[in-house]
Design a protein around this ligand. Structure first.
Ligand SMILES: Cc1cc2nc3c(=O)[nH]c(=O)nc-3n(C[C@H](O)[C@H](O)[C@H](O)COP(=O)(O)OP(=O)(O)OC[C@H]3O[C@@H](n4cnc5c(N)ncnc54)[C@H](O)[C@@H]3O)c2cc1C
Length: 500
């Protein structure tokens, strides 16, 4: 059994030589460390933070920004054991098959494999995020006792389901650091090292291998790690920063021979109040507006999504629309509802209205990127600089889905939709973000199109891999964490073969 160690208390210039070094102790790093426990290899998990929040460590996440308004870089992630699961929402949903496809409408889209490649890992990933039994879209058949799903006419939008990480009974979603601390301690041959900041990934002279990792603590200690194999699992912004800043051998940064590291950053934009939904008979099953314990301990929430077939036919990106708050209609709105209901021959005397929100998929954009900023942090690392973009087409895709939803509501005589925004500035005003950092070390079999290959290995470097949603080349609209854990478990299987 290995105990946690603290990099501040190891003798200065200690050299550690594990078989596998994992940079980062968030859900990707922790899932990988646990999955490697039966590998017989010595694993060192290096985590920048301690077991709880420390402001001076969090400051290392500060960064610079340009482009459209985004969340401060030290606000949308947490730098201690468990990473951003220390404040995540716990929303889970698997990526769809279409998310892996190359689509003409989304230039640069497509994974080097189909969804079937990560499906074998979904059950274990679902268990690690503690989101209950895998029922997702089968849920529609198990919830009928709690109220019917929204009746929609035939068309391109359907009711789909989120599952939640352990929210049953009001308990918070799973914080990976707290939840798996004892498992990490128990894992044979695993050493989690806290307060250990990687500040450099040093390559051999021919740039073909990682030779060593530089480790620094805020207290001034310095260590060296010489692993046989390294996995970068520090989150999408930090993964890019570390690769770019390690530029002593490869001048543009590690793995950046084709100027791709840091590019294609994405998140899920969450525009609020995108439309008003009116339900004529006033009844809306509770799981549309709240998460509910629906079956077998699964906590679920319904959302509205374009079908994959509709997305393919219409050339649309994905979106997950949720019902948010009750809305009071003004006189004009009420008159519109009464008139429409009369025309359809339905009783709208108990009609109710709700605002809708959404998590949208963004089109990949090479200009939405992380570069190195001019300022430096307390460990003398250049800060990240994020240039954020969002295109009008991203909004147009979603508006088309909302229009289809409105058509289907009318066709089924269930209700009606009023779409709120047309102009870019209207969308921008109501915009939140998911804090889902994606895409800075994208995956492709072709080194000219991706930083990592289909095995998550950095192209051209024999012993460096990347875990986490930074490798997602296309993002889908589903929340990333359960999916990135599945992909990490797949990586563990690859590493077990490579290391033996
Ligand atoms: C407010 C909020 C709500 C969210 N809600 C959801 C949700 O509902 N559903 C969902 O799927 N996702 C959600 N997310 C996203 C989710 O938290 C991330 O997808 C997930 O945490 C990413 O895991 P990771 O291990 O790749 O990276 P992280 O969680 O970022 O972990 C990276 C780890 O690496 C460490 N590290 C960083 N730099 C270094 C370094 N130089 N050296 C050593 N260690 C380092 C960090 O301290 C951290 O522990 C949310 C995020 C936020 C912020």
């Amino acid at each position: 059994m290995s105990a946690f160690q603290d990099a501040r208390t190891l003798p200065r210039d200690t050299v550690l030589a594990p078989d596998l070094a994992i940079i980062g102790g968030g859900p990707a790093g922790i899932s990988l460390a646990l999955a490697m426990a039966d590998s017989g290899q010595n694993v060192l998990m290096l985590e920048s933070g301690a077991a709880s929040f420390a402001p001076e460590t969090q400051k290392l996440y500060q960064g610079e920004e340009s482009g459209v308004r985004y969340i401060a870089l030290d606000g949308g992630r947490l730098r201690f054991l468990g990473g951003s699961t220390n404040h995540w929402g716990g929303w889970c949903r698997p990526l769809d098959e279409i998310d892996f496809e190359s689509r003409d409408v989304l230039p640069h889209s497509g994974w080097p494999f189909a969804r079937s490649e990560i499906e074998p890992y979904f059950a274990r990933a679902q268990a690690l995020v503690e989101a209950g039994p895998w029922i997702y879209d089968e849920a529609g058949t198990t919830v009928s006792d709690k109220g019917p799903t929204l009746r929609l006419g035939q068309g391109g939008v359907y009711t789909t389901w989120f599952q939640f990480s352990k929210t049953l009974g009001g308990v918070l979603p799973t914080h990976f650091g707290d939840r798996y601390r004892d498992d990490l301690k128990r894992a044979p041959r695993l050493t989690p090292l806290l307060n250990a900041n990687i500040t450099g990934i040093r390559l051999s002279h021919d740039a073909k291998r990682v030779e060593r990792l530089d480790v620094a603590t805020l207290s001034g200690n310095r260590l060296t790690v010489k692993p046989r194999c390294t996995v970068l699992a520090a989150g999408a912004i930090e993964n890019a920063r570390l690769l770019l800043a390690s530029n002593d051998v490869m001048k543009a940064g590690v793995g950046n021979g084709n100027d791709l590291v840091g590019r294609f950053f994405a998140d899920h934009p969450i525009p609020r109040n995108v439309a008003t939904l009116v339900v004529f008979d006033g009844k809306l099953a509770p799981f549309y507006s709240n998460s509910q314990a629906v079956a077998e301990g699964a906590v679920m929430r319904a959302a509205l999504s374009p079908t994959q077939d509709f997305m393919r036919r219409q050339g649309l990106a994905g979106s997950l629309t949720t019902v948010e708050n009750p809305v009071k209609l003004d006189a004009l709105g009420t008159a519109a509802v009464v008139t429409t209901a009369q025309a359809l021959g339905v009783d709208a005397s108990s009609a109710r209205a709700f605002s809708l929100g959404c998590g949208m998929e963004m089109a990949p954009d090479p200009e939405r990127r992380i570069t190195l900023g001019g300022e430096r942090d307390a460990l003398d690392m250049p800060l990240s600089n994020l240039h954020m973009t969002i295109s009008d087409r991203d909004f147009a895709h979603f508006r088309q889905t909302l229009a289809e939803m409105g058509r289907q509501l009318l066709a089924a005589r269930t209700g009606m939709l009023h779409l709120t925004y047309k102009q870019r500035h209207e969308w921008m005003e109501g915009l939140d973000w998911g804090n889902h950092h994606l895409g800075t070390t994208r995956m492709s079999a072709d080194p000219k199109r991706g930083v990592v290959d289909a095995d998550s290995k950095v192209h051209g470097i024999a012993n460096l891999y990347v875990a986490g949603s930074s490798v997602f080349p296309t993002y889908g609209s589903s929340n990333p964490t359960m999916n990135l854990v599945a992909l990490t478990l797949r990586l563990a299987d690859r590493l077990k073969k490579v290391l033996t």
